[in-house]
Design a protein around this ligand. Structure first.
Ligand SMILES: [Zn+2]
Length: 365
């Protein structure tokens, strides 16, 4: 393990997590805040982390939330889990309006030389690839450029990166897995055949008709079929925070393949993910990202889903049901509301308890 982010300052540990609402209708996104340390003490005894920023307007909400509830606009760490706009674009507002010390972000363009042999067309050059990646992943390249300009420390979130006196550990992706995925990104040329084993994107029908099924606590409706989420999603940083013995897992939009390899890495480090205090449900609760195999290895007492208000498919009811079957209390921020979870966190006088997601007897097929 390579400790490259700062040490923590305090051992009097409490934490709070906030999910800011992002998007509406079809457009879900993530904008997550985490604060830990001595939450009733001064700012210097606390660590503030922002994990993804949703769209631009959610970036503004993050800045507002930081000053209203955390009493600061100093952010120790910003994490950009993957380059999709619903996660990365709001972070530029955070970098612009806050004092940020560290940024975890992948720099796809810096891997061009490593991946140029992964394409069918042998004439592809590193510089051509670099340019393609930088252009197509504009939100990420803008963020990196802005961070460089501001002198923010930039680290790529690969397996084994730690920070804050081992409170933080990146479980995935490994650099090797990441580079394979990169060759499968939408903007790169046709990859060599053997890469298909990394994941198996299945063509979706243009119009997905929703069929309804009955669900009960005794049956298992999640399928363990091939991974059908995108390479971009599977490239998401999967990050574990362990605070005062409580394990909090953040997953971005990682799919089954990404999550299983993160779980395997954790296992190898002697870390169980079956007793998590908190799970960030991947990809807005999409039915493509969780399987029974994943839930056999990753279980939590509390699970949060970030889904847009009025989203027709996020979260999938069979996903929230499956999480409940595995013992989680499930909460979703899809009413345009922020939801909070904490341990020894200060009370917010005007905040009531969020209603738990119910068990749905009818779910999408
Ligand atoms: Zn997303």
């Amino acid at each position: 393990m390579t400790p490259i982010l700062p040490e923590t300052r305090d051992t009097n540990m409490a934490y709070e997590i906030d999910y800011i609402p992002v998007g509406d209708g079809e457009k879900s996104g993530d904008a997550i805040l985490l604060r830990f340390g001595n939450l009733i003490g001064p700012r210097s005894e606390q660590t503030v982390v922002v994990i993804d920023g949703g769209f631009k307007d959610s970036g503004e909400k993050i800045v507002e939330h930081l000053s209203t509830y955390y009493g600061t606009t100093e952010v120790d760490l910003v994490v950009s889990t993957h380059p999709d706009a619903d996660h990365a674009s709001g972070l530029s507002v955070v970098l612009e309006n806050c004092t940020v010390t560290n940024l975890l972000i992948h720099k796809p363009w810096e891997h061009a030389e490593d991946i140029k042999s992964l394409f069918k067309d042998g004439r592809i050059t590193a510089s051509g690839l670099e340019e393609k990646l930088e252009k197509s992943l504009q939100h990420a390249s803008d963020l990196e450029a802005m961070a460089r300009e501001k002198g923010i420390k930039i680290v790529e979130p690969f397996q084994g990166v730690t920070g804050f006196s081992n409170v933080m550990l990146v479980l995935g992706p490994s650099q090797e897995y990441y580079e394979g995925l990169l060759a499968l990104f939408r903007s790169t040329p046709s990859p060599i055949e053997s890469l298909a084993k990394l994941l198996a994107p299945v063509q979706k029908a243009a119009e997905e008709v929703i069929n309804w099924l009955e669900d009960t606590f005794e049956i298992d409706l999640l399928n363990d079929d091939d991974d059908t989420t995108s390479a971009e999603n599977n490239s998401s940083a999967v990050i574990l925070f362990t605070i005062d013995g409580h394990k909090l897992l953040f997953t971005g939009d990682a799919g089954k393949t990404g999550l299983l390899s993160a779980a395997e890495y954790a296992e190898g480090q002697g870390i169980a993910l079956t007793d998590l205090s908190f799970l960030d449900v991947p990809h807005h609760g999409s039915k493509r990202n969780l399987s029974s195999k994943v839930l056999a290895k990753i279980k939590a007492g509390t699970a949060f889903v970030s889904a847009a208000e009025g989203s027709p498919k996020h979260p999938a009811k069979k996903v929230t049901n499956a999480l409940k079957k595995h013992g989680a209390r499930v909460y979703v921020n899809n009413k345009g509301n922020t939801i909070q979870h904490g341990h020894n966190a200060p009370d917010r006088s005007n905040w009531g308890p969020a209603p738990e997601e119910i068990f749905h007897s009818r779910v999408e097929e």
